[in-house]
Design a protein. Sequence first.
Length: 136
Amino acid sequence: MSLKESLFKSTKDKTFSNEESLPALPVPTLDQTLDCYLESVRAIAGEQQYKTTQEICHRFQTGVGLTLQRLFEKRTQNAKNWLTHWWLDYAYLMQRSPLIPFSNITGLSFPEDSVVKAIDTNCLAFPPIPPIPHNH
């Protein structure tokens, strides 16, 4: 089976057929969010930048962050998946660059080699354009 066939094959399950059986998307605590953020910053920041970022996070955590976390938790009480609307708005609707190839809405590719994966993605996103015939 070709990559294209495996990506677009039909299944008996409909897209949202099992949605009701899924648990609600958990709400991260403010501590979890800031720890994750600091871990990400650690990989790219110098020592002084990281210390400054830690201080800013501490001020946020003990200040406006608490208020924002409460508002966030209140918003999530009425939604099983609090991320859906934000994801649709920010990942798709507000994005000004083309969805393809910057968003994977066409399927999955699992090759181990990143070069093969890049080639597969480009072949599906940018099919060859037939040459324009020349009239002599």
